[in-house]
Design a protein around this ligand. Structure first.
Ligand code: NDP
Length: 338
């Protein structure tokens, strides 16, 4: 057991990770951009866990040096989860790239200084599957890297995740002096939300459930349950063989329309969208529905992946995507989001 810092403690993945670490007996502290969020976060965690949770929160922003050294001092492991993940396209890609990359470097430098044993960083499938254009491998694995310089077949978010992860590996290799790094690369993360302030990935559920779409854009998504993502972060922190490795996390691919059908079966009394939308309609609709703009490069594309390493090295058999979808929706209904 050890002391673990979780950055971006208020987030969807981080909240599940914190409870998972506490359940294993670790001492946990978190960072948030505003320490004023500590009370609310501990209430949310306590409600979900069904017992009192009270972790300390240190204020630290990825865009500033303040707070990071204090946050990591005395810590054995760092779970670096924080990164900008907006539901809409930013005006400039640098709004995401700069905090993602510089923030990761701040966390790694402070960790080295404090003698942290291992940093686990939450990267993304976005750092594997983008910028390939026509040369994308049929099945993507941890061996593959997105090309952040190919602006076609890319998004500002995908570029930010790729550049940040590349910078992290380069730092550890060149200046880490024994600091260990392990990286988690999830596809779209679904599963139970703890608070109504939901992650962008849950748009996959809120868009159909709130009937923000007339029908489904021709999009396919890899899905992984947030509880598997939390579990993978813990395994990547503790397993000796996980040091220096990336792990692609995904259960399986689904068409957006299939996600809608699962939701419709779970909520037969609701009238959810039906059928698919022509691509040109989606492009037009993105003017009025900003989250759609983000997925335009995805129309008609399938980024198939292998989850062999997740099962083989981390020993995780992922929760079926159907359960993750149903439990996302159930939590969002319970929280009054949809
Ligand atoms: P959330 O939006 O719920 O969490 C994002 C977290 O990052 C928040 O805690 C937020 O803090 C923090 N953050 C954002 N910008 C900054 C900043 N400038 N300084 C400090 N903290 C910041 O999203 P998720 O939990 O889904 O995402 C967590 C991580 O997982 C991210 O790195 C994301 O890229 C990655 N990921 C997510 C996937 C998904 O489908 N959900 C898939 C693949 C990867 P604050 O409360 O202050 O806003």
């Amino acid at each position: 057991m050890g002391t673990v810092l979780v950055t971006g403690a208020t987030g969807f993945i981080a909240s599940h990770l914190i409870l998972r670490l506490l359940a294993d007996g670790h001492e946990v502290r978190g960072t948030a951009r505003s320490a004023a969020k500590a009370g609310q976060l501990n209430r949310v965690l306590s409600d979900y866990a069904g017992h009192d949770v009270n972790i300390p929160i240190i204020e630290a922003d990825l865009s500033s040096d303040a707070g990071w050294q204090e946050a990591v001092n005395g810590v054995d492991y760092v779970q670096h989860v924080a990164s900008p993940f907006p539901a809409t396209v930013p005006k400039s890609a640098d709004e995401l790239i700069v905090p993602a990359r510089d923030g990761a470097l701040r966390v790694l430098k402070a960790s080295k200084q404090a003698g942290v044993k291992r940093v686990v960083m939450t990267s993304s499938m976005a750092a594997i599957a983008y910028g390939w254009g026509d040369s994308r491998p049929e099945v993507l694995t941890e061996e593959h890297w997105s090309n952040p310089d190919n602006l076609k077949d890319n998004t500002a978010y995908a570029r930010s995740k790729t550049i940040a992860e590349q910078a992290a590996w380069a730092y550890v290799e060149e200046e880490g002096e024994g600091l260990e790094l392990s990286v988690i690369n999830p596809v779209a993360v679904l599963g139970p939300a703890m608070s109504a302030d939901v992650s962008s990935s849950l748009e996959l559920i809120t868009q159909p459930m709130a009937r923000k779409l007339p029908a489904y854009p021709k999009l396919s998504f890899g899905v992984i349950d947030v509880r598997d993502v939390a579990e993978a972060h813990v395994c990547a922190m503790t397993l000796p063989e996980a040091a220096g490795e990336r792990f692609l996390l995904g259960e399986r691919m689904l068409q957006f329309e299939e996600i809608g059908e699962i939701l419709q079966r779970a909520y037969p009394d609701r009238k959810l969208p039906k059928g698919t939308l022509p691509n040109w309609v989606v492009k037009l609709a993105a003017f009025f529905n900003p989250p759609l703009k983000q997925v335009i490069p995805e129309l008609g594309r399938e980024r198939a992946f292998s989850n062999d390493k997740l099962k083989r090295v981390l020993g995780i058999t992922p929760i079926p995507a159907e359960n993750a979808i149903r439990e996302s929706a159930a939590s969002l209904v319970r929280l009054g989001v949809v």
